[in-house]
Design a protein around this ligand. Structure first.
Ligand code: PBG
Length: 322
């Protein structure tokens, strides 16, 4: 008998394809990462991330207004400090750029979900995500500093804090600090399975956070490991993480799927700078259709199991799918 099952029947028209489509992007899924620094009128394009800028608070507010009009409802803030030192003390300065930006954003748009990246690497002169002693990145001494930074962001009004440093025990340390300060409603989005990736290159130019010696292989995960991601996520959940993230996204779709199948919590995925920039570069050369490739990439991340997607293309994507 010639095939009785013919899958092509359900691909015959846009109406039918639309009806049986399994994965749909929604602007509500998207988080837009932004870089903020002090000053005013600053809008410095990041050379390796075309269309992304270092912004001051006034231009940040304009950018967020435009993003809101596109349908974006959540942002992730990174700070570019005025001065760096060996412990990254500007990270917990209540008057620094991120903290001021959070206050300004929550004042102008209270409904916007404001998430802050909690890490020291942008703020330390050595560019590592923790305290350095004798050439080593010291875990436990770093926890207290991360908790200070998270508290400072929460005081400014952040809805969620997002530790990206990969120190052991940092989610618990931050959760304790927030709870002791009476901020039990501030959520933690942990970068739970964060890999030591080549795809962070453009971000490090944007955030001026390249390590000045060595690399991040003693704290970020080995790209070859998948079961270890299950361990990392389990630990972060035990310590009080509300949402867990896999980062980067595309080379780790298998990890996103296994985390989603294993744990009953929202899963986020970070479509990182290098993933964004390589698409932009290929599109500039006319080698791929930028919008189609972008939607295919974001759909694949959601299909793999991500509930939340952090992407530098949030505005473009929201405009196309809203
Ligand atoms: C800070 C941090 C990094 C990214 C997010 N938070 C860089 C790193 O770990 O070196 C990367 C984001 C991106 O590449 O888009 N620890």
């Amino acid at each position: 008998m010639f095939p009785t099952r013919r899958p092509r029947r359900l691909r015959r028209s846009p109406g039918v394809r639309n009806m049986v489509r399994e994965t749909r992007l929604d602007p509500a899924d998207l988080v837009y990462p932004l870089f903020v620094r002090s000053g005013s009128g600053v809008r410095d394009e990041i050379p390796s991330m075309p269309g992304n800028y270092q912004l001051s608070i006034d231009t940040l507010l304009e950018e967020v207004d435009a993003a809101w009009d596109d349908g974006v409802r959540a942002v992730l803030l990174f700070g570019i400090p005025d001065r760096k030192d060996d412990v990254g003390s500007e990270a917990w300065d209540d008057e620094a750029a991120v903290q001021a930006a959070v206050r300004a954003l929550k004042k102008s748009r209270p409904e916007l979900v404001v998430i802050t990246d909690v890490c020291l690497c942008e703020y330390t002169d050595h560019g590592h995500c923790g305290v350095v002693r004798d050439g080593e990145i010291v875990n436990d001494d770093t926890l207290e500093l991360l908790a200070r930074a998270a508290l400072s962001h929460a005081r400014a009004g952040a809805d969620w804090v997002a530790p990206s440093d990969m120190m052991d025990g940092r989610v618990g340390a931050i959760r304790n600090a927030l709870d002791e300060a009476g901020m039990d409603q501030i959520a933690i989005l942990s970068y739970a399975a964060k890999y030591m990736s080549a795809f962070y290159g453009p971000f490090r130019e944007a955030a001026q956070s390249t390590p000045q010696f060595g690399d991040r292989s003693t704290y970020q995960m080995d790209p070859a490991n998948a079961t270890e991601a299950i361990l990392e996520v389990g630990l972060d959940l035990d310590e009080g993480a509300d949402i867990v993230m896999v980062k980067p996204a595309l080379p780790y779709l298998d990890v996103i799927r296994s985390i989603k199948d294993r744990y009953d919590v929202p899963v986020a995925a970070y479509n990182v700078s290098g993933e964004y920039s390589m698409l932009v570069a290929a599109a500039e050369r006319g080698w791929v259709d930028r919008e189609r490739a972008m939607l295919e990439i974001l759909t694949s991340i959601k299909r793999a199991g991500a509930d939340v997607i952090l992407t530098y293309d949030a505005r473009r994507a929201a405009r196309l799918v809203r």
